[in-house]
Design a protein around this ligand. Structure first.
Ligand code: GDG
Length: 496
């Protein structure tokens, strides 16, 4: 690799900025797995993280000073890219979240292909590229993250920047039939070829991308067959394309789950819902997560398998997100109506089937729920990877829990042998899986959970960072094994 620093660029900086009552900004370093895994690499290489601090551009100067103070001593620098309200509307709420997010999650009917968003998306990507030009050195390696910044590589080249650059897409990449609907399909595809390395979550996402390239950019050639292949398109530089399934800091979750503080909280949760198995659902409020379908499946399970009544409680945590957007308000209303309907229908003295929580949890609460719930229903309609299912396994210290996982989560490829896989559109199939999980003997639970935990421990977030950066630096095509896509298996329909 280049001898320079690592420069990470993402839409948001890995910090939480809060305004105190006195009007001052307080900065807290982010705590997610990505930040934790990136921190040592950034520290060792004296790195830099460029992103938006999430505050109005007018306060940029103030924020910049706070950022400098906030991360003092952590060994890397943060740089804010201040955005105006119009930029945030067109680039973030508009192009990224009303076009790319739904389209890439197989929900084209939810796309708002407003042509006014595109120039703002281009302009903000150019603004990020200008920040890179200002702060990065010629020997630095640029690692750009996610769908907000697909054009950054192109914009950086237009500014004459020659640094090596890699891109990682955290969300799925759609198959050609979907991608072709995008009015800016050529521009986006070609912009991805301005990176030296493009990483996807799964082999399926990479295959979709390569199929789009083959169809739209004739004459392209792919070499290699392992986790990283080489793509040559006439008149363009070579781009390497890989599948790098993201993961979590397994040991950190497992250690934290074992602390007395978490154990106490976990005990309290189960004690308040005694003598039954707890089923956990935990999602950000988003239509890609399949929450209404899951509640319908629960109702179906209670109807078809009466033994589940009083013997399970479904804990559904919904973390508020984009609550000012009408579509998300509607989704929340739909979820709450369904919860009310199911509880109204099945509740009996001393037992309510759904325990519904609409707020974010502290880390202690989150890990306590992971640790204490016997079953988890992680059933997105589509998800790049899904870290919640991996965190649930890491915290299942007693090996007595069962993961029910959507075939359409990126994690399904890796976890297909230990989890019960379901099609989230198949309400009966999910109800059956819940019943199977509920009755699963302890020995089978332990065997499955141990296999899941082994796999997640081995392929942790540190390995993810390493494999991406190795692919970025080495000229060899990597042949490390990567899980193949899950292929649906036939299941029997329920008796009439
Ligand atoms: C994108 C892709 C891909 C959630 N609720 C609380 C809380 N969380 C934490 C979880 C987990 C994270 O948020 C959610 O991660 P996901 O992977 O499920 O989803 P996205 O944030 O949409 O991420 C996704 C990911 O990028 C990584 O590449 O897996 O497919 O969409 O870490 O623990 N944390 C706390 N309280 C909560 O209430 N403390």
């Amino acid at each position: 690799m280049t001898s320079g620093r690592l420069v990470v660029v993402s839409n948001r900086l890995p910090v939480v900025l809060q305004r105190t009552k006195q009007g001052e900004w307080r900065v807290q370093s982010g705590t997610g797995g990505l930040v934790t895994a990136m921190a040592p690499v950034l520290r060792d290489r004296g790195g830099l993280w460029i992103g938006w601090a999430g505050t109005p551009a007018a306060q940029a100067r103030d924020v910049e000073l706070r950022l400098a103070a906030g991360v003092e001593g952590v060994g890397y620098t943060l740089r804010d890219v201040p955005l105006t309200r119009d930029e945030v509307d067109g680039y973030y709420h508009g192009f990224a979240n009303e076009i790319l997010w739904p389209l890439f999650h197989d929900l084209p009917s939810r796309c708002n292909f407003d042509p006014d968003y595109w120039p703002v998306y281009e302009a903000v990507n150019a603004k990020f590229a200008a920040a890179v030009a200002e702060h990065a050195g010629s020997e630095d390696y640029l690692w750009v993250h996610d769908y907000h910044l697909i054009l950054l590589g192109r914009e950086a080249r237009r500014l004459g920047l020659r640094q090596r650059a890699g891109f990682f897409l955290h969300i799925p990449f759609p198959p050609p039939d979907l991608f072709f609907k995008l009015p800016w399909r050529f521009q986006l595809l070609e912009a991805l070829l301005d990176y030296d390395l493009v990483g996807f979550q799964t082999v399926r996402d990479r295959r979709n991308f390569l199929q789009c390239v083959r169809a739209l950019l004739p004459g392209s050639r792919v070499r290699g067959a392992g986790a990283v292949v080489s793509l040559e398109v006439p008149d363009r530089r070579e781009t390497r394309v890989g599948a790098f399934p993201i993961s979590i800091d397994f040991d950190d979750f497992a250690r934290f789950a074992a602390t007395a503080e978490v154990a106490q909280k976990a005990w309290l949760i189960h004690e308040s819902l005694p003598r039954r198995q707890l089923v956990l659902g935990l999602d950000r409020l988003d239509y890609s997560k399949g929450i209404p379908e899951r509640i319908r499946a629960l109702a179906r399970a209670l109807e078809r398998f009466p033994e589940l009544r009083r013997n399970i409680t479904f804990v559904q945590v919904v973390v508020p997100s984009r609550t000012d957007v009408a579509e998300y308000k509607r989704l929340r209303d739909e979820i709450e109506r369904l919860v009310g309907r199911v509880n109204g229908r099945f509740t009996s003295a001393g037992w309510t089937p759904i325990h519904y929580i609409f707020r974010s949890l502290s880390r202690v609460e989150l890990v306590a729920y992971y640790r204490t719930c016997e079953l988890a229903l992680v059933t997105p309609l589509k998800d790049g990877m899904n870290l919640v299912c991996k965190e649930f396994c890491a915290c299942s210290l007693d090996h007595n829990s069962v993961l029910i996982l959507s075939e359409f989560a990126g994690a399904a490829a890796q976890l297909q042998h230990g989890a019960l896989l379901v099609n989230p559109h198949d309400i009966d199939g999910m109800a059956q899986a819940l019943w199977d999980a509920f009755r699963m003997p302890q020995a089978e639970r332990a065997q499955r959970m141990q296999a899941l935990r082994r796999s997640i421990r081995q392929q942790n977030i540190y390995r993810w960072v390493d494999t991406f950066l190795q692919a970025a630096t080495s000229h060899q095509l990597s042949d490390f094994p990567v899980a193949l896509a899950y292929v649906p298996r036939r299941t029997e329909p329920p008796p009439a």
